[in-house]
Write a protein that binds this ligand. Structure first.
Ligand code: ADP
Length: 491
């Protein structure tokens, strides 16, 4: 038995019958008790109201026409006190106008007098179901609110009129909001941070149907402290089912510590790369003097040895340049702007771009027919870098006469793009490590292929910065398949 089923068995709905006719009250009680409900009776509006103020009822059967306080007055009080109570109005005159008016004021249904026990059963059971659904929604809402309040990221939601409808405690703290009455006020009046204000304004100007997430890196002074924190702010408009703008949602994540680590790593890498590059250049220059015979004649054999040595040093020089590039590129990876991106177009361009290199090696590079692909939210340049790296690797690690195929399909939540080759493959013990920085598989086949071991780590960090993931399947001597998953856009 599920938790909900056992809760349903323990739950005995409480029904209040407010009617001035004794026969009706008693008749209702009999039917409702037989059905397993708890029936409570009130003989007039005043008494009914007092009971409603003291307790909560799941359903109220309410006579519209009573002497003293009318059913309509009781109805409006119930709606304010207990919005999740379902009200069924009982009307003696059976005038359709009265019933419609009551429904307009929030009654769930109506039942004209005289009614049969069966009619009563049906309408009450429908009302109880409705109350249950309302309760579920209310529970879900409160669960989501607790969740939003607990998360460490700042969350701000505005409605279509640019008024604040939600700001969680983390957002209030980041912004230094002290007042409690900020809900309902225009966000432009509250948010003093220019960049953030402009970003949210920009999100409002995004036309309906266009899906874009705006990203900015913000520096905000910590309230009461002398330090500033770095945040990445993501903002996007949200829409209803037919694409109309309902407002915006902004999430602020503190990336100060990431920035610090990144900066320190980048400084270190830049320093090392720099320190290596200068002596290497001077070694190269001196070797060239010897190679050119300016320091005395050299034999052909010596020339060949020096030639191979220069090649290796050249490799080291380009590694140090890549390291310098990477240090600056990684620092910019986190907060790049993303737009609606047609991945089919990216793949077509990349395949065309790399085809000459593949042909030169006698490799067939093919883009499989693409199905209709929904757009993804991505940074196009980043995506080009991902697929350029993966196709280049496939070409590098596939011998002549091999085949490379690029394909894409829509999964349930992700776009899945595969790059398959019939190349050297990767041994199982290396599969876990190829995404580590500088890791290169060393065997007889890969030994002479020049590389840095930085391509796949960059691919992985870009894919993960897009909330996606990358997987690899490979069998030595048969080939490898790299699969990239990028989540679909949700509006
Ligand atoms: P690089 O290619 O510069 O060495 P990468 O980070 O791109 O660096 O790749 C790391 C290692 O993973 C490579 O050295 C290679 O051994 C292995 N590898 C990557 N792609 C493939 C592939 N398609 N087939 C076989 N091995 C691959």
């Amino acid at each position: 038995m599920t938790e909900k089923q056992s809760a349903d068995i323990l739950f005995k709905p409480k029904i209040l019958v407010v009617d001035d006719e004794k026969v009706i009250r008693n008749g209702c009680r009999e039917v409702l008790t037989q059905e397993g409900y708890e029936a409570i009776l009130a003989e007039n509006g005043e008494l009914g109201l007092k009971m409603i103020e003291k307790a909560h009822y799941d359903v109220i059967l309410l006579d519209l026409m009573m002497p003293g306080l009318s059913g309509f007055e009781v109805l409006s009080h119930v709606k304010t006190l207990h919005p999740d109570t379902s009200i069924i109005v009982i009307t003696g005159y059976a005038t359709i106008e009265n019933s419609i008016e009551a429904m307009r004021k929030g009654a769930f249904d109506f039942i004209p007098k005289p009614f049969s026990p069966d009619q009563l059963r049906v309408v009450v059971s429908k009302a109880i179901e409705h109350t249950g659904a309302l309760k579920d929604i209310a529970n879900e809402k409160s669960r989501i609110r607790v969740l939003i309040n607990l998360i460490a990221n700042g969350v701000m939601v505005t409605d279509a009129e640019k008024k604040l409808v939600l700001a969680n405690p983390a957002f209030m703290k980041i912004m230094g909001f002290k007042e409690d009455d900020i809900i309902g006020r225009p966000f432009t009046e509250l948010v003093q941070q220019d960049q953030l204000r402009q970003m949210v304004e920009h999100a409002f100007s995004i036309s309906e149907g266009e899906l874009t997430e705006l990203t900015e890196e913000l520096k905000i002074e910590k309230s009461g402290e002398d330090t500033t924190a770095t945040y990445v702010a993501r903002c996007r408009p949200f829409r209803d089912r037919i694409g109309r703008n309902l407002g915006t949602i902004t999430v602020l994540s503190d990336i100060t510590y990431l920035k610090d680590i990144n900066q320190r790593q980048s400084d270190f890498v830049s320093m090392v790369a720099h320190e290596i590059r200068s002596p290497l250049n001077s070694v190269m220059a001196q070797m060239k003097v010897v190679q050119d015979g300016l320091a005395g004649d050299i034999t052909q054999k010596q020339g060949e040895i020096l030639g191979r040595a220069s090649e290796k040093i050249n490799g080291l020089v380009s590694l140090s340049s890549e390291l310098l590039n990477m240090a600056s590129r990684e620092a910019g990876l986190i907060a790049l702007e993303r737009n609606e991106c047609d991945m089919g177009e990216v793949l077509k361009d990349q395949v065309e771009f790399h085809r000459p290199k593949a042909q030169a090696k006698g490799i067939q590079l093919k883009l499989e027919p693409l199905p209709d692909l929904p757009p993804v939210l991505a940074n196009k340049q980043n995506m080009e870098e991902v697929f350029s790296n993966l196709i280049t690797n496939a070409i590098n690690y596939t011998p002549g006469k091999g085949k490379i195929s690029v394909s894409a399909r829509s999964g349930k939540h992700h776009l899945c793009i595969s790059i398959s080759d019939t190349g050297f493959g990767i041994a199982e013990e290396d599969l876990d490590r190829i995404f580590d920085r500088f890791y290169r598989v060393k065997n007889d086949k890969t030994r002479y292929i020049i590389g840095t071991g930085l391509g796949l780590p960059i691919v992985k960090s870009i894919v993960e910065a897009h909330d996606g993931m990358i997987q690899v399947e490979s069998k030595p001597d048969h080939g490898s398949t790299f699969i990239v998953y990028i989540p679909f856009m949700t509006s």
